[in-house]
Ligand binder design. Sequence first.
Ligand SMILES: [Zn+2]
Length: 100
Amino acid sequence: MLKDLLDGYITQKDVLSYYNANISYKLLPIGINGFVFNYKGINNIIINNTISYYKRRKTLLHELAHIELNQLCQIDKDLFAFHINKYEDDADEYIKFLLE
Ligand SMILES: [Zn+2]
């Protein structure tokens, strides 16, 4: 799915509706580009609104990779629990893999 987006076959809107996801731009602490959590079947992607356009795009892809790789925790756990290093690396490796 993300591969199709990167290759230009589908739009960001298609991906968001496929994954039942929505994006909010919010003021987040410095160093946190974004995060994603699933609540009642909806994937909520939160992106720092102070980062550059390029970084926002990159963060969005990263969060979508978490969704595609099924790395989301439940809301009752720590929101940032899934941001453990292994998952962070996996998400980034996956994007790299798709871009090759
Ligand atoms: Zn992440």
